[in-house]
Design a protein around this ligand. Sequence first.
Ligand code: S3P
Length: 174
Amino acid sequence: MRQENNMQIYLIGFMGSGKTSTGTELAKLMDRELLDSDELIVQQEGKSIPEIFAESGEEGFRKIETEIFRNLSQNDNDYIISCGGGAPLREENVALMRRNGRIVRLTATAQTVYDRVKGDDNRPLLQSDDPMKRIRTLMSMRERAYSEAADITVSTDGRTPLMVATELARILTK
Ligand code: S3P
């Protein structure tokens, strides 16, 4: 069993919940390195996320994502890992995260998510004529997976990434 202070920190939550921006601040505060599962996928495949979805579909993307979590669970470094929003939907991914990490869920309302992601064409699942409706539907479909996976949950609504990261650093180093 790992020592508590030598565990990875996995940030999960819906698209636009602030995983990468909060992770950036948290990494500075805790003097750790930040990894991003989407970035690892893009580097490994040499393709953008929309390209992977277009060529292999969501299922193809999810298979690669799980490979990434398998590799991360075998890594002994104490990274902070910003996870793609759909990662907790696969039980295997959550089990892999638990193996060597603590799982932190960031939340945001549908309106906050919409304001943060509007105009962004890098998220294939939100390409829709009615993105707000899509956000609400996906959020409610995913609520249970997120809440069951989380060890710690923190809201990001109306708060800067630094404010959220400061609260998390305090909780995580207690
Ligand atoms: C996804 C979220 C994205 C990315 C992919 C699928 C999802 O990551 O992994 O577009 O299913 O919620 P972010 O949460 O970093 O946007």
